[in-house]
Design a protein around this ligand. Structure first.
Ligand code: F6P
Length: 347
């Protein structure tokens, strides 16, 4: 893995000379694609302002790949990204675009990118966005740098993805509220959180809220095992309980888990809450604002250094680059063993 070392304190005029002489890139387009995530706006702002600082022309593509196909481009100025740091979602809008998966769709997108005179792209999104980016840049030889923007935190090459911290805090706030009513009514709650393939939100929220059990896509939890946990809790005088179910849990989601549990125990009044898309919204946390700014800044600098087909990531506290193919295809992404063990012991 290659680390990008950005020297922070070079004088402005020296840096400007360096950039202009070294890169052929004059116009960069930025877009967001796939599920939105808090912090995307901070990243867009950083990409635009870093590019302008380097005297580049900056463009935003509306609705991700869909906007590329539909020729929906808009010039970006410093003012276009004013007052957006604190806003959730993405000012460039986003979409899950099926047309881009076809050769015709991709060709249309390329013709529009060419017509706009765009030399390089910054794509902000998750693995679906990266897969499109890799195919597009391979086929048409356009430099591209990706930024991991997804609440799921499921990309190899970055300890954190943009939006994950805010989403986890949103989930924690919601579960704390549910805990109040669960305790008041002596109820058992099954709370479903996002995460089709990754249980990062479920695990961290579970630890933070003291959930009695956490059901994760990464772990096959048998219903009988869950029932034993709930029964043990009741024997230990727990009058209410919270079970967090990641949407990708193999038992089929919170409603199904609740149904299976209810068939075997009847001493709790049970309720189900699906937190759903509220997890994706809201003002980004300080962490996501800074992460988005750092990643956007690093993405433009990487392009100007001649990098392409890479994802900007955060490892430890350092910005690094990972090849797109590794970020997409390397699935050795694991939940931390100590968190998994601790979650069981502390519950
Ligand atoms: O953003 C990622 C994610 O939130 C997943 O956890 C979830 O399964 C999915 O998006 C939902 O996507 P959509 O908004 O397209 O239904």
């Amino acid at each position: 893995m290659l680390s990008v070392k950005i020297t922070p304190y070079l004088s402005v005029s020296f840096k400007r000379k360096l950039k202009i002489s070294m890169s052929k890139i004059k116009k960069i387009a930025v877009f967001t694609s796939g599920g939105d995530a808090p912090g995307m706006n901070a990243c867009i702002r950083a990409v635009v302002r870093t590019g302008l600082y380097h005297q580049l022309e900056m463009v935003g593509i509306m609705q991700g790949y869909q906007g590329m196909i539909d020729d929906n481009f808009k010039p970006m100025t410093a003012h276009s990204v004013s007052n957006i740091l604190q806003i959730g979602g993405t000012i460039l809008k986003t979409a899950r675009c099926l047309d881009f998966k076809t050769d015709e769709g991709m060709e249309k997108a390329y013709q529009n990118v060419k017509k706009q005179g765009i030399d390089a792209l910054v794509a902000i999104g998750g693995d679906g966005t990266f897969t499109g980016a890799e195919r597009f840049s391979n086929k048409y030889n356009i430099p591209i740098i990706c930024v991991p923007g997804t609440i799921d935190n499921d990309l190899y090459g970055s300890d954190y993805t943009l939006g994950f911290d805010t989403a986890t805090n949103t989930v924690i706030e919601a579960i704390d509220k549910i805990r109040d009513t669960a305790a008041s009514h002596d109820r058992l709650f099954f709370i479903e959180v996002m995460g089709r393939d990754a249980g990062c939100i479920a695990l961290r929220a579970g630890i933070s809220c003291g959930a009695e059990a956490i059901m994760l896509p990464e772990v096959d939890t048998a219903i009988d095992e869950l029932i034993t946990k709930i029964e043990n809790g009741a024997l230990n005088k727990k009058s209410s309980s919270i079970v967090i179910v990641a949407e990708g849990d193999k038992n089929g989601g919170a409603y199904n888990v609740a149904k299976l549990v209810k068939e075997k125990i009847n001493f709790y009044d049970t309720k189900v809450t699906i937190l759903g898309h509220l997890q994706r919204g809201g003002s980004p946390s300080a962490f996501d604002r800074i992460l988005g700014s750092r990643m956007g800044f690093a993405a433009v600098n990487a392009l100007l250094k001649g990098e392409t087909h890479k994802m900007v990531g955060l490892k430890g506290n350092a910005i690094c680059l990972t090849s797109l193919s590794e970020a997409i295809h390397f699935h050795d992404f694991k939940l931390e063993d100590d968190l998994m063990e601790m979650a069981v012991i502390l519950a």
